[in-house]
Design a protein around this ligand. Structure first.
Ligand code: NOJ
Length: 524
């Protein structure tokens, strides 16, 4: 029996940040029925799957990444019935549903933590990481929160006179994964959603799941002790075994590490993650060499069992159109080129809601700032329709949106861009459709072109007889580059500028600044 690629290898996975996608009840906060009502947009885009950021019960200190009940939906987002309906409607459109899973920490309001902090001899005391201070009134060690504004990763509990660990906010105490009862309870939360029919999980803050059980200090620059401890691999194998109790489910890890060896270590044996979000790639400058080297490193270090995944935006990162804008207004063109690159790489593309619109970061006035870590700009609500047609909420809400919309939402909204053949939304739909039609793009091999000019990032994708040549100019000057074989002929199938489709490319190819093209090479 021959196997085609799995669903999570085939197409694009689209991230939804539920608070900011679509609001069905006018309270200014997006919700699950809102998502269900907008599934057509995702079907038209051609998304293979959606990944939903957390919608569980939460006091919202970290907007849902502080979970007070892993087994229920927060009333702000709807009900479990709303979730089941969303799942059913998505599946009816052949869209898979991946949900966020936050295993490293719960909310401080979770019943487990309420018990754990109630006394030193509570049976759940050891479900979290408690410790005496350093003897001088300070915390047990030098570990820091991931959020600079929070400072130390420890808070003192007056009632029981010990410190508890929190890798993020004080409202997000770390669960103690060295305790097998915790591991078993968390596995059961996976089964709860698997039984409901979800297709996979995005594992939050994965690298923090395992730390030095002796809590030794980092004592210097290298963060050896507070994350990515060796127990990580066994922990992941346990999670993978739970996923494999069910058919065809997928685990993608948020591997926020800058060492590619570590990223592939969770993929190479085929017994841990299926996919890893690659933070090395997402931190790169707009620089052809940087992209080439990063991709080549992955290809070199990955085993045959490891499948790449690429992303450039999410709810924690500045948007591409802003991040790659160098002040000369190039952000919009670069957002288009970045999309073409993403869809033409070997590996699963992850896109973040609004990336299909080329949304820039929103401007957040100081009195509207709500996030502890400066991430409000990329979390601005999705503009669905022109405000002139539906009011100032732009089809996201009939009320007051919880965050301001991005500045250009009058022109940059789904309804207007869907009708515009030159829009980035149209380009995005074409890229997804194109990837479906051309196996060289979805499953073909990857061959970098090394000798190209520094401004140029070029590579080939090959499958059977089909050869596609992808070239991007990341510099400020027009450039010309030879096709891979000296005598080759080709035809441009798709360009980010949209005005070169079907253009012949004989022996060489010209590229404007921030332009990307896909060229079909003659099979002779
Ligand atoms: C990573 C999530 O993407 C981020 O939004 C969150 O604040 C932290 N993990 C903590 O859960």
């Amino acid at each position: 029996m021959t196997h085609g690629p799995s669903w999570w290898q085939r197409g694009a996975i689209y991230q939804i940040y539920p608070r900011s996608f679509a609001d069905s009840d006018g309270d200014g906060v997006g919700d699950l029925p809102g998502i269900t009502s907008r599934l057509e947009h995702l079907a038209e885009l051609g998304a293979e799957a959606i990944w939903l950021s957390p919608f569980y019960r939460s006091p919202m200190a970290d907007f849902g990444y502080d979970v007070a009940d892993y087994l229920d939906v927060d009333p702000a987002f709807g009900t479990l019935d709303d979730f089941d309906r969303l799942l059913e409607e998505a599946h009816a459109r052949r869209i898979r549903v991946v949900v966020d899973w936050v295993p490293n920490h719960s909310s401080d309001r979770h019943a487990w933590f309420v018990e754990s902090r109630s006394s030193r001899d509570n049976p759940r005391r050891d479900w979290y990481v408690w410790h005496d201070g350093d003897g001088n009134g300070g915390p047990p060690n030098d570990w820091m929160s991931e959020f600079p504004a929070v400072g130390r990763a420890w808070s003192f509990d007056d009632a029981t006179e010990q410190w508890y660990l929190h890798s993020f906010m004080a409202e997000q105490p770390d669960l103690n994964w060295d305790n097998p009862e915790v591991e078993a309870a968390m596995h059961d939360t996976l089964r709860f959603w698997l039984d409901r029919g979800v297709d996979g999980f995005r594992v939050d803050a994965l690298q923090r799941l395992a730390h030095d059980p002796l809590l030794r200090p980092n004592a210097g620059a290298a963060r050896r002790h507070d994350q990515d401890w060796d127990t990580m691999h066994d922990r992941l194998r346990g999670i993978r075994r739970v996923a494999e109790e069910y058919e065809d489910r997928m685990l993608v890890g948020e591997v926020a590490l800058q060492d590619m060896h570590r990223v592939v270590s969770f993929l190479n044996n085929g017994d841990q993650l299926h996919l890893a979000h690659n933070f090395v790639f997402c931190e790169l400058e707009w620089d052809a060499d940087a992209f080439r080297v990063s991709i080549d490193d992955f290809e070199a270090l990955a085993s045959d069992r490891a499948w790449p995944a690429w992303f450039l935006e999410n709810h924690d990162r500045p948007r591409v159109a802003s991040r790659f804008d160098d002040g000369t207004g190039q952000g919009a063109a670069r957002a288009r080129a970045a999309l073409l690159m993403l869809y033409a790489l070997r590996g699963t593309p992850f896109v973040y809601q609004g990336e299909e619109l080329g949304l820039p970061d929103a401007e957040i006035p100081p009195d509207r700032v709500v996030d502890v870590d400066g991430r409000d700009p990329e979390r601005a609500p999705i503009p669905w329709r022109p405000p002139s047609a539906v009011g100032p909420g732009a089809g996201f809400t009939t009320g007051e949106p919880w965050l301001p919309l991005s500045p250009d939402h009058r022109e940059r909204n789904v309804a207007l861009m869907a009708q515009d053949p030159a829009s980035i939304l149209t380009l995005h739909r074409r890229l997804i459709a194109f990837r479906r039609r051309h196996p060289a793009l979805s499953v073909g091999s990857y061959h970098p072109v090394i000798e190209a000019h520094n401004d140029l990032f070029a590579y080939e994708r090959r499958h059977r007889d089909e050869r596609l040549f992808i070239a991007l100019n990341l510099g400020h000057e027009p450039r010309r580059l030879p096709l891979p074989d000296e005598t080759a002929r080709g035809r441009i199938l798709l360009s980010t500028t949209g005005d070169r489709d079907d253009e012949a490319a004989d022996e060489s190819l010209s590229l404007r600044p921030d332009e990307g093209v896909i060229v079909l090479l003659d099979p002779r």
